[in-house]
Design a protein around this ligand. Sequence first.
Ligand SMILES: C[S@@+](CC[C@H](N)C(=O)[O-])C[C@H]1O[C@@H](n2cnc3c(N)ncnc32)[C@H](O)[C@@H]1O
Length: 211
Amino acid sequence: MTMPQAHEDASAFWEGHYAKLTAPASGRPSAILVRFTAGLVIGRALDLGCACGDDTIWLARQGWTATGVDVAQSAIDAAQRAAEHAGVAERTRFARHDLNVSIPDGAFDLVSAMFLHSPGKFDRLAALQRAANVVAPGGLLLIAAHGSRAPWSWADPDTVYPTADEELVDLSLTPSGWHDVFVGPIERIAYGPGGQTATVIDTVIALERLT
Ligand SMILES: C[S@@+](CC[C@H](N)C(=O)[O-])C[C@H]1O[C@@H](n2cnc3c(N)ncnc32)[C@H](O)[C@@H]1O
């Protein structure tokens, strides 16, 4: 797979990725999202890098008013169609954003960034700092990242994955403004694009915004 050389190519890379998939949406929400939203007071959610909408639609089904954003317009269009098909279009909103540049305005009770990885010069840290800024007081910032490489991943086999603690330090959030709900690794069974499975490590940061 050809890697883009600059973040301007991210859109083209992901459009190409989604054009090749025969079944872009799995219909399954992220296990991390399901686990860490259990018991939360339902409100406004923002799903960053929403792909074809599985997580956004699952949130809407639980009663959240959910906004999904992605750099790939084809993914946004597929997510919109899937939300209509699922009967939750009135509780979902999908918009194209390049998170290198912008994020929806507002204050959200849940901001979720599930595997917001991208080849090329994606400034993941800046995007996550922007994400932290739109969490409402009392809301949850939920970040999951790859902590190991799945066999089908486009990532370089020599990739060194930061730990959740390292990523939290890099985020440079004001310590007094956040409560650590969970920061660490979680093992799970992952499903590949062809339906194959593998055991992988996710690194998870779940923080409640205090102020
Ligand atoms: C690895 S996929 C993860 C998708 C989904 N959140 C999940 O957990 O399966 C990363 C997603 O982020 C999107 N993405 C990559 N770079 C982006 C950017 N700069 N701005 C917004 N979305 C981006 C991609 O289009 C893709 O849908």
